[in-house]
Ligand binder design. Sequence first.
Ligand code: ADP
Ligand code: ZN
Ligand code: ZN
Length: 846
Amino acid sequence: MYINDLNLSPLLVAQASESYQSGATLNRWVEVLVDCPGSTGLFTYRLPAQLEIKPGDILSVPFGAQQLGAIAIRLLTKPNVDLPPEKIREVEDIVSVGFFPSAYWELLNQVAAYYYTPLIQVIRVALPPGLLGRSQRRIRLVRSEGAGGSSYLLASPNPLAFLTPTARQVWELLQGQPAGDYSFVYLQQKVKSAYRGIRELLRFGLVESYLEPPRLTRPKLQKAVTLTGTVDRDLTTRQREILEVLRRRGGELWLNEFLQICKTTTPTLKGLEEKGYIVIEEREVLRTEQGPALVGDSAKSLTTAQASALETIQTLDGFAQVLLHGVTGSGKTEVYLQAIAPLLNQGKSALVLVPEIGLTPQLTDRFRARFGNKVSVYHSALSDGERYDTWRQMLAGEPQVVIGTRSAVFAPLPNLGLIILDEEHDSSFKQDSPIPTYHARTVAEWRAELENCPLVLGSATPSLETWVSVRRQGAGGRGQEEGGRSYYLSLPERVNSRPLPPVEIVDMRQELQQGNRSIFSRSLQEALQELQERKQQGILFIHRRGHSTFVSCRSCGYVLECPYCDVSLAYHHTEEKAPELLRCHYCNYARSHPKFCPDCSSPYLKFFGSGTQRVTQELARQFPELRLIRFDSDTTRNKGSHRTLLTQFANGEADLLVGTQMLTKGLDLPQVTLVGVVAADGLLNLSDYRASERAFQTLTQVAGRAGRGDDPGRVIVQTYTTEHQVIAAVRSHDYQSFSQAELEQRQALNYPPYGRLILLRLSSLDPIEVQNTAQIIATALSTEEEFEILGPAPASILRVANRYRWQILIKFAPDALPKLPDWEEVRSLCPSSVSLTIDVDPINIM
Ligand code: ADP
Ligand code: ZN
Ligand code: ZN
């Protein structure tokens, strides 16, 4: 992929370079994305007559005084810039042909169009950070006699006589180097207009040009710079520039690299570090994520339902959308594994998308146990280097399985045979910001169509979008409408006919009435007691959001808030001797816990709520013998800690796993018999049209962790609103009636999946300006009759990281696509101090 495979016939070589420039081919232009920090727009270049360029090729172009890597985006018949054509510079050369396969290229364009995002920004999501910047362009002598041109030339008594002085200079330099190999940059420094000489040598087949991947060996520890703050206070233009470079490179760079790129000094960076914008620290240099050694695993004999689902998937030829609706513990993963196995033997690859990284250790282990080193993992928590290496490995085209999170939907796997989205209902598949605000399920569907392969969506609690779309096409069983491109497959029972665990609902109002002031109901207390006696394991789920662990003064009621966001600070205390910290969950601002109230100096400053810490402290008090593991964003911050904690728990080193949302996803531990939900109410009462759907999914998923082994399971859900429709559906494991009731409400209000939404998010440091702009835009849009406008309204948390946030919701019918506004015009209504994000099909509209 990195070797230049530009083939020139000997015939061309024999001719003088000028003679094959014909008038007809002179008017060819190309827009490129230049790989240069700080450059965002497209640049137009002239195409030299002898180059055949396609969108997606990697080029080298002159840029200022440099020669840079660039990606060809679009061919033009006439330049679209206000420059006399003769002033437009020429593409220097093609570095790599067909870097993006054409279907992949089409996908990127489709994403750009649907999500109203400039193509460049889509490319940046798809490419690992700094892909071009990390590779180095090099020139080396062609030593083999294979190339007709060179042998012809070299056979002549004095080959150099054919060359111009510049080319000769370059040639001699290369001859002087033992390997005959120099970087392009070095040659440029040594020889004036070296690129002309190099072009000539390339044309004669005397040298070849290639991209050298980044070096694989690095010292174990190296200083890295990480972007931490986004707050725009007290910065000089220069400092802002430096931070912008860092942000663009993915927010993380090695210190020495960063100094070079920005041409800045360590003291300057130290200054930024003191202001809290960056952190400079030693980092271990890891290249590809290594799993633990695993015992090989072979295909299980399938249940009847699994076998019939697999059979359907395997008969699919080309694109189809499949919903694999299997209750928790029904063995969906086994179906995925057996669907993939024959593909690998046919030389094809598979892409498996999963919601979050907390879930991948177990899932990737299962895949690795089955397919060994054919499995690689690709997600944003990998370091740049790991991502880069995984990316290159994918391009090599060997049949393989890539498991990854949202952005892996863009993994450049050639020869795709199958795409799987596991837990397809999960909202982490949607990107809220920055643009493109894509949904991996939507993109996966397009990709499967373009690659002509099946897409399998697996879930115990399908999203209503998927449910409706699959059901609509194929009412019951297999959808044969529209050429049978949509299938509903069901795994209605757990493996080995294990029952789903009974769900007990406890009314916490009654507990209080009957004198129980503990955060644990008597049922849950009994169950915890039994757990210990029977040597079984349990999971305690806590829904934590926003105000659950705020700190307030018992004397005056003062609440400690983030100075940059309109939210209270959350109390954090990770271990015995660690300092007590208050942290903002929105901007990550942190401060130490003050001893006295900042307002009235009272010493009675306390934290409230039932966050994981509060619950674990209460557990320690009531059940001192119970061994606990906390599993939340505090204890899983370090790389690999998910795996460590889960392994400890699986090995029986603790009785109870206490944690948040992360616990709901995919955990398969046969020894877990008890699942407790401390308070379901936080989930039920969110002011969002999706709150019920999300609550049902979360509670059903967390309940599904119980009773997956031989011992029967038991679920206890504590709540103050037992009468809620979601609670009833969770109790009876009844997806059908829940979805039916919920869909009726959605239809009545024209919400998705019946209506479509676009959310405009506006934000600014200036509270007045953003409000005014929101009003102006809403007024401008209200002249359109084809859609309904809700707002403008302040976001539910008005200020985050010092930016004030407003939003406008646009609602319209999905079938008759309305004439949408011209977003460029809408953008032009935004002053530069207000930023606007267009969120298509928003999931999070609070
Ligand atoms: P799901 O993803 O549907 O919740 P899993 O794929 O995690 O379910 O499967 C649940 C458990 O059942 C796993 O431990 C898996 O190894 C096991 N399992 C799956 N299929 C079979 C089978 N056909 N026979 C025996 N065990 C199976
Ligand atoms: Zn006070
Ligand atoms: Zn904050």
